[in-house]
Design a protein around this ligand. Structure first.
Ligand SMILES: CCCCCCCCCC/C=C\C/C=C/C(=O)SCCNC(=O)CCNC(=O)[C@H](O)C(C)(C)COP(=O)(O)OP(=O)(O)OC[C@H]1O[C@@H](n2cnc3c(N)ncnc32)[C@H](O)[C@@H]1OP(=O)(O)O
Ligand SMILES: Cc1cc2nc3c(=O)[nH]c(=O)nc-3n(C[C@H](O)[C@H](O)[C@H](O)COP(=O)(O)OP(=O)(O)OC[C@H]3O[C@@H](n4cnc5c(N)ncnc54)[C@H](O)[C@@H]3O)c2cc1C
Length: 664
């Protein structure tokens, strides 16, 4: 048998649930499913959006091709009158980082969140029609995480009623802003506000970078690309830039003034809006990143699962077929938790979107009460999901053996494009330390203030600290209440222990720094409570379709018990579980893997990923792996000729022992 077509047909027959209904559960609703299915097919059937050759292109070609795709997409948006939601899906399925990501996900949201009504009226229509193209220039060569440490200055000049934007040092050069090196006409530049020699914090300013007629940088602006990034193709379609400002004048009304204002006289006015709102765009994007994690992880898992069903190694009996590698328990114990994680992240992403929408509405009505919770949740879940997804994609590469390392597997480019998500929009450790601040505060107030939102479980601090897990058999782990309580007890105990140890330090900041590694672990434990609880909440809803809910329950237990196994050190050290109970959880996990096994292919089919999106020979829907790998090898331009460039010049003289006279 040459390819794997028959293997996947058989696999699909084994499914014990309604795949079409699971597709709807994954998408969130029938309407969402139909919408994304339509846009996915639109992109897949359009040759301009071809991406298989991307890793083979040089940087300039890659970039130009990306500009062409964006222009074509914009034309489609106009010609087909696509809604904003459809346009976002179009960008997702085109699957190529581009300046439009910054325009729609950072520049516009920054103006929406931090601009005054007048500023929104002026800039938003221009941006939404792409008459100005904007980026988000916060990070500098010398500072990224420490936003208060930025050095770019915005000094008010009362004579001209303008701000003077200036880069006083090399390290103050803006460094990283996407879309900026070659495309954006404007940027939101974060700079230190200086009024009459006094520093008034870091604020955002709309700065024009390029002439709208001929696209040349404006006087006083030096701009360029920061260079090639990790991997071929991948994030190199994006023009991440460096900008240096030499006393660039902008009108006073281009400071984003919802949070604070500067008057005509140069007076600083602080409104009732908390200064943290200046960081609001990052909260928005972190929430988007969480929603995106399940998309990236599900792609890698889909590839690795299909390939694991096609691939056979060892164990042939009487000349029969060898064992499908998906049947090895070791393969299942690496793959199925990732499959379950994709579903867990999908549901927590959905919940976080709801939370963000709620916070946004409150902020618009000047209710800032839930902002700290929203910040902690978005920061923590961004960190948890992106770290797990990046690690998960790499694990999927290994699950595909040697072929996973081929670019045609689709995994290397996916990994290279995805992995910076662990760094951008807040380094993942720095983000977990923000959660830690929130937790420490919550724990220190437990005696007199009822925790709310995602920390509400800590109201039961006494019970969670004192009672222990009652599980006696592996079967008893199949109870959502028992599982969630184990996570809540472990998290509460870790947070309280950190609080007690912090209290021993005279200087709280010193204590926080000293215990920061433990605090990051406590924060992760808390974020895992959120993911596990939101999965349970999802299961409490009505989920139509034969067998769909049952399979999601299996995946929930796989996700939770896998985490429990992985972090059993914490569960044991905090004293909530006994070694016997941890071992029973692991026994249950093995049973669960055998329940996933017959459904594995149908579960990844339920992601509804097109072959275009996967861009993977190993993950092809039809499983026809080997002939297509072979064909792709000989389609590689490197195989255009049997004699590669350089063979006659450098190899033949060696073979002939003529290297001494060769021209090298
Ligand atoms: C993978 C695909 C993704 C798909 C979809 C998305 C589309 C993506 C678009 C393009 C992709 C990438 C572009 C990337 C862009 C960028 O990376 S932009 C730059 C991002 N930079 C950062 O994230 C910097 C991280 N640093 C910070 O956020 C802050 O500096 C930090 C919070 C670490 C510290 O700030 P300080 O001012 O020093 O604050 P601190 O004193 O610690 O805290 C004061 C107080 O404020 C609270 N706080 C902090 N941040 C926020 C916030 N955002 N919202 C609300 N509250 C906040 C903090 O908890 C403290 O509270 P407390 O009560 O006083 O303790
Ligand atoms: C692909 C990509 C696209 C980007 N796009 C943009 C963009 O469009 N606009 C923009 O403004 N920026 C952008 N950035 C920049 C990005 O936001 C920053 O790189 C990010 O916020 C991390 O900051 P840093 O580089 O200063 O890391 P650093 O803070 O220097 O991190 C270095 C190390 O120090 C550790 N560390 C730092 N502070 C602490 C602490 N307090 N406690 C413990 N450990 C700490 C970190 O964990 C990390 O291990 C982009 C970055 C990438 C990679």
């Amino acid at each position: 048998m040459e390819g794997g077509v028959d293997y996947l047909i058989d696999e699909r027959k084994k499914a014990q649930f309604d795949v079409e209904a699971m597709k709807v559960a994954w998408a969130g609703s029938r309407q969402a499913f139909e919408l994304s299915d339509r846009i996915a097919k639109l992109v897949a059937n359009d040759p301009i959006f071809e991406k298989f050759s991307r890793p083979m292109l040089g940087r300039k070609e890659l970039f130009k091709n990306s500009l062409r795709k964006v222009a074509h997409a914009w034309k489609l948006i106009i010609d087909l009158r696509l809604s904003e939601e459809e346009a976002k899906l179009l960008r997702h399925y085109i699957d190529e980082p581009a300046y439009t990501d910054l325009q729609w996900e950072m520049f516009i949201p920054a103006i929406e969140g931090q601009g005054t009504e007048e500023q929104k009226r002026k800039w938003l229509p221009l941006a939404r029609k792409m008459q100005v193209i904007g980026s988000y220039a916060q990070t500098e060569l010398g500072h990224g995480s420490n936003v208060q440490g930025l050095e770019t200055t915005a000094t008010f000049d009362p004579q001209t009623d303008e701000f003077v934007i200036h880069s006083p040092t090399l390290t103050s050069s803006k460094w990283w802003p996407g879309g900026t090196a070659k495309v954006s006409t404007h940027a939101i530049v974060y700079a230190r506000l200086i009024l009459d020699g006094q520093f008034h914090g870091v604020h955002g300013f709309i700065v024009q970078l390029r002439n709208l007629e001929n696209h040349t940088p404006l006087p006083g602006i030096t701009v360029g690309d920061i260079g090639m990034k990790f991997g071929n193709g991948a994030y190199n379609t994006m023009d991440n830039g460096v900008i240096r400002f030499n006393h660039v004048h902008i009108p006073r009304n281009q400071m984003l003034m919802r949070v604070s204002q500067v008057t005509r006289e140069g007076k600083f006015v602080q409104s009732d809006v908390p200064r943290q709102l200046l960081y609001g765009t990052m909260v928005y994007v972190r929430q988007k990143i969480v929603a995106d994690a399940s998309k990236a992880l599900s792609r890698a898992v889909c590839i690795a699962t299909r390939y694991s069903a096609v691939r056979r190694q060892f164990g042939s009996r009487n000349g029969g077929p060898e064992i499908q590698v998906i049947d090895y328990k070791t393969q299942q114990s690496r793959l199925f938790p990732l499959l379950a994680s994709a579903y867990a992240f999908r549901f927590v992403g959905e919940w976080l979107k709801w939370l963000y929408t709620d916070v946004k509405q409150r902020l618009e009505a000047n209710d800032f009460s839930t902002l700290p919770e929203a910040h902690a949740c978005t920061a923590g879940l961004k960190s948890l999901t992106t770290s797990a997804t990046a690690d998960g994609i790499e694990e999927c590469r290994k699950l595909c053996g040697g072929h996973g390392y081929l670019v045609s597997s689709g995994i290397p480019e996916l990994f290279a494009t995805y992995v910076p998500a662990c760094t951008f929009e807040g380094d993942n450790v720095v983000m977990m330390l923000q959660v830690a601040r929130f937790l420490v505060k919550t724990v220190s107030e437990l005696g007199y203030k009822q925790p709310v939102g995602t920390t509400a479980y800590m109201r039961r601090v006494t019970a969670l600290m004192q009672s222990n897990c009652a599980v006696r058999t592996a079967e008893e782990w199949l109870n959502p209440g028992v599982v969630v309580e184990a996570f809540e007890a472990r998290s509460t105990r870790m947070a309280v222990a950190c609080g007690q140890r912090l209290a021993k330090f005279e200087n709280p900041e010193e204590g926080f720094a000293e215990l920061s590694a433990d605090l990051v672990e406590a924060s992760l434990a808390h974020c895992q409570v959120i993911v596990v609880s939101k999965f349970v909440e999802k299961l409490q809803q009505e989920i139509p379709g034969k067998g769909v809910k049952r399979l999601l329950e299996v995946l929930f237990y796989v996700y939770a018990l896998f985490l429990l196994h992985k972090h059993q050190g914490d569960f044991l050290a905090t004293g909530y579980l006994t070694p016997k109970q941890a071992s029973l959880a692991n026994d249950q996990l093995r049973i669960l893997y055998s329940k996933v096994r017959p459904n594995a292919i149908a579960l990844v089919d339920s992601f509804n990923h097109t072959d275009h999106l996967l861009s993977s020979i190993l993950g092809r829907y039809d499983g026809n792996v080997y002939p297509k790998l072979y064909e792709a090898a000989f389609n590689d331009p490197f195989n255009d000729s049997d004699i590669a460039d350089g063979i006659h010049q450098y190899v033949q003289p060696m073979l002939r022992q003529e290297l001494h006279s060769a021209k090298l």
